[in-house]
Design a protein around this ligand. Structure first.
Ligand SMILES: *Cc1c(COP(=O)(O)O)cnc(C)c1O
Length: 233
């Protein structure tokens, strides 16, 4: 990608405008929605442009990439791990991330708990839920989240802050709406069941579908392509 031609600032303005539109339609306030700039595959010098243009939170989906970029960009920005996390990689990110979006197994929770406990810290996590049921997606089936929360509640260094999902890609983003409304309903149900857990965040919506997600209650959106252009693999 030719970064010097990327109008990052314009892209941010455009995403924020669409976000405002979705908020207006839903009777919500744009300040209540956190934009996570997804920077996987985006080089550090391009990310700097985004930070200069007002982005405050960066989302990476791979541990090694996150660490490399954090060495260059520092801990001024908030760093979120948004992708699948292998248990054996948790040790590399202790103290480096403010939110993990992708908690999806008890083994992973136990490892996070152990390592954060050693530092007498708490780790903020979202539970990833596979609402659509696609085989290709990580995340717990919706029906297992309740028992999962019960078990994780016994781990003192894990702080469950909410739920996350990835909707299937749809040409027409309107078709993702049921996935997002289902995650919101699940969160509402669980909040009644576990008032002490404070399920505050719904991380849902990406470039293709974030406006629909916001209409359905997302308060964290994870946007890459709309800010940085198509990723080159
Ligand atoms: C890549 C990625 C995104 C951003 O996707 P875009 O379509 O580029 O906005 C969001 N969430 C997760 C978990 C991702 O891996």
């Amino acid at each position: 990608m030719n970064s010097s031609l990327l109008p990052i600032r314009e892209n941010i303005i455009s995403v924020r405008q669409k976000l405002r539109g979705a908020c207006l339609r839903a009777g919500r306030s744009p300040e209540d929605i956190e934009l996570v700039a997804v920077t996987k595959r985006v080089p550090a010098h391009v990310i700097k442009e985004a930070l200069a243009a007002g982005v405050t939170t960066l989302g990476e989906n791979r541990v090694q990439e996150l660490i490399k970029k954090q060495e260059v960009l520092g801990t001024g920005p908030q760093w979120h791990l948004i992708g699948h996390l292998q248990t054996n990689k948790v040790k590399y990110i202790v103290g480096r991330v403010s939110l993990i979006h992708s908690l999806d197994s008890i083994n992973l929770a136990a490892e996070i708990n152990k390592l954060w406990l050693e530092r007498e810290m708490q780790c903020n996590v979202l539970i990833q839920v596979n609402i659509s049921g696609e085989n290709s997606k990580y995340g717990l089936p919706a029906g297992e989240v309740c028992d999962f929360i019960k078990e994780v509640a016994l781990m003192p260094s894990i702080r469950v802050r909410g739920l996350m999902t990835i909707a299937p890609f749809e040409e027409d983003p309107e078709r993702t709406r049921p996935v997002f409304s289902e995650l919101r309903l699940l969160s509402e149900k669980l909040s009644i069941k576990f008032p002490e857990v404070k399920l505050q965040y719904l991380s849902m919506g990406m470039t293709n579908d974030y406006t629909v997600a916001v209409e359905e209650g997302a308060n964290i959106i994870r946007v890459g392509t709309a800010l940085f252009g198509a990723r080159i693999y």
